[in-house]
Design a protein around this ligand. Structure first.
Ligand SMILES: Nc1nc2c(ncn2[C@@H]2O[C@H](COP(=O)(O)OP(=O)(O)OP(=O)(O)O)[C@@H](O)[C@H]2O)c(=O)[nH]1
Length: 394
């Protein structure tokens, strides 16, 4: 019994001690004070918010301004004027030359007596108008002869005879067509050459318009890598009528740009590739060699169809000397005579053909985009003399 009591007491002791061990730690734990606000970790989204401030810097707080994309401006493609009858429409642009030929020459021929002095005056007028000494002699000799044989006296008849002689001096039988038609799906290549400022780039642009007006597709090659603005100028001409322009980096090898342009023209199957070259002086051997290289490199694709020499009509007989050297370096097949609107020497057309033996195919009659006309001798002479075609033919 005594032992039984001892066991019960021992168990009670254990229970009491176990209960105390559970209660004491709880009593030792103290409630923790709340953490100060500064130690509270900020949430990420709060971190980017700038504190409210009465004075805003306007730099960090405000969102970046929304830059609106510039509106896409559609450059309208122009529809150039048709080429037919342009020379007739632009005949008034020859007003300076008309004074010499129309008023001057026709006035002389209207005199009552065509004496020796009058014939000399006629001769002088033609030479002053840049017809050239040889051509002038031929024209005046034939005119005198026909006047004598036919006994012509009336002003109308004399005018017709003069017109016929001028047309004859321009050789109306020459082929003046520009070789711009593709062959077997390969574009025709037109190389444009000439001295500085003659109007090469402008004429290239005008020709592109002429061709596009006639329903052709055109690609422009800016092989004038000497003058950076020339490529921009050409590109502007092209973009106005929807023609692509191939250009190289500034000072690039013009031959390589010309080669690339023709390649691109073949790949994109255009009808005509027009290559603008840098203006060069005929006495600079290096530059002329460079032009020869452009020609050779382009011809790796095939023969050049047309090499057009651009001549400034206002440079008169001097221009002819320059032109001759070009014909030695590249095989010039046609002449475009520019700035005829700015000279009284419209007779230069006759000298150019006679001295170079190359047909004038185009004439520039102003700075406007459509101021380029296919050359036609009878219409040109009528414009020079200020006569109506029907009056001359009558
Ligand atoms: N009045 C008139 N001006 C023309 C005619 N053709 C070209 N011009 C002007 O002549 C100037 C020279 O023309 P460009 O085409 O730049 O001459 P360019 O031969 O390419 O010049 P470079 O590249 O420097 O050799 C420009 O102001 C043209 O507007 C024309 O038929 N009549």
């Amino acid at each position: 019994m005594k032992e039984y009591l001892l066991v019960v007491l021992a168990l009670l002791g254990v229970l009491i001690l176990g209960g105390l061990s559970l209660v004491v730690p709880r009593l030792r734990r103290r409630p923790q004070p709340p953490l100060p606000e500064t130690e509270v970790e900020a949430r990420p989204e709060e971190a980017v918010e700038a504190p409210p401030s009465e004075v805003s810097t306007g730099i960090l707080v405000e969102p970046p301004p929304v830059v609106e994309a510039p509106p896409v401006v559609e450059v309208p493609i122009e529809v150039p004027e048709p080429t037919a009858g342009r020379l007739v429409r632009l005949r008034s642009r020859l007003s300076r030359s008309q004074n010499v030929f129309g008023k001057g020459l026709l006035g002389l021929l209207s005199r009552d007596h065509l004496d020796e002095d009058t014939w000399e005056e006629i001769e002088d007028s033609l030479i002053t108008a840049d017809v050239g000494v040889e051509s002038t002699r031929e024209i005046v000799d034939r005119l005198r002869e026909r006047t004598r044989v036919l006994g012509t006296r009336s002003a109308t008849e004399l005018r017709s005879l003069l017109a016929a002689e001028l047309v004859n001096a321009l050789d109306p039988t020459l082929d003046r067509s520009l070789k711009t038609a593709p062959k077997d799906g390969v574009p025709a290549v037109v190389l444009v050459v000439g001295v500085n400022g003659a109007g090469k780039t402008t004429t290239c642009g005008k020709i592109a318009r002429v061709l596009i007006a006639d329903g052709r597709t055109v690609l422009l090659g800016a092989a004038d890598t000497f003058r950076a603005a020339a490529a921009d100028q050409l590109e502007t001409w092209g973009s106005r009528v929807g023609a692509e322009t191939v250009r190289g980096p500034e000072a690039a090898d013009p031959a390589s740009v010309a080669f690339d342009a023709v390649k691109r023209g073949i790949d994109t199957v255009v009808d005509t590739v027009l290559i603008d070259t840098a203006g060069r002086l005929q006495n600079k051997v290096g530059l002329m060699d460079e032009l020869g290289k452009v020609k050779r490199v382009v011809e790796k694709h095939g023969p050049i169809d047309e090499t057009l020499l651009i001549l400034d009509a206002t440079t008169g007989q001097n221009g002819l000397e320059q032109a001759r050297v070009f014909t030695e370096v590249v095989n010039v097949t046609g002449v475009a005579l520019t700035k005829l609107d700015g000279t009284a020497k419209g007779g230069i057309v006759i000298s150019v053909q006679r001295k170079l033996g190359i047909p004038v195919k185009l004439v520039g009659l102003g700075e406007g985009p459509d101021d380029l006309a296919p050359f036609e001798p009878a219409q040109f002479v009528d414009a020079l003399l200020g006569t109506e075609p029907l009056a001359r033919d009558a």
